[in-house]
Design a protein around this ligand. Structure first.
Ligand SMILES: [Fe+2]
Ligand SMILES: [Fe+2]
Length: 189
């Protein structure tokens, strides 16, 4: 059984690489150049289909066990669950905005850029909070049996970019990750 906290930390490093790509596109916008909206859309498609549907719900389940053991974590756990919900909602909104741009709909591009910057900032702060407060608490309080029990309650899908084989939908994105922000993966040719 893989250590879930080690896996989450590795996934955070992957998410950070994607946020770096997003931030680079936002910087282009500020320099008056056209961002690569298709690339941003690929990143956000992934963020709303892997972290929002598997990574964060798994963390929420583990946090529920933490709360059952130590009620003092109630505020932190509820705060984290709220952040997960807000991150998912703003990610979905961003996908809709980017889709609108790619499809030529009339939409304020500056607003999309502001929302993108807010998304990357919020997710970075969120991951930092998990590293500093939540992961150490989970590591201290949950035992092997807890983690094994959680594994039976969660649908663990393979990561479609970093999980060993790359989903066709993300081939171009994976190439950009390898070229621009580095990854432990081999670019697909
Ligand atoms: Fe999270
Ligand atoms: Fe996380």
């Amino acid at each position: 059984m893989t250590d879930p906290i080690a896996r989450w930390k590795a996934e955070h490093a992957n998410f950070s690489r994607l946020l770096d790509l997003m931030d680079a596109q936002i910087a282009l916008f500020h320099e008056g150049e056209r961002p690569d909206y298709e690339l941003m859309l690929d990143v956000m498609h992934y963020m709303t289909h892997y972290p929002d549907q598997y990574h964060h719900p798994h963390e929420d389940l583990a946090c529920q066990v933490l709360l059952e053991r130590e009620a003092a974590y109630r505020e932190a756990v509820e705060d984290l669950a709220g952040q997960h919900a807000r991150i998912a909602a703003s990610g979905t909104r961003l996908v809709q905005d980017l889709n609108a741009i790619v499809n030529g709909a009339l939409i304020a591009r500056a607003a999309v850029e502001t929302d993108s910057a807010a998304y990357t900032r919020t997710l970075r702060q969120h991951m930092q909070q998990e590293h500093e407060l939540i992961f150490p608490a989970l590591d201290r309080v949950l035992d092997t049996a807890d983690w094994a029990s959680l594994d039976t309650r969660i649908d663990l899908a393979a990561d479609p970019i970093f999980g060993g084989s790359v989903d066709k939908r993300y081939t171009a994105l994976q190439q950009r990750i390898a070229e621009q922000v580095g990854c432990d993966c081999t670019p697909v040719t």
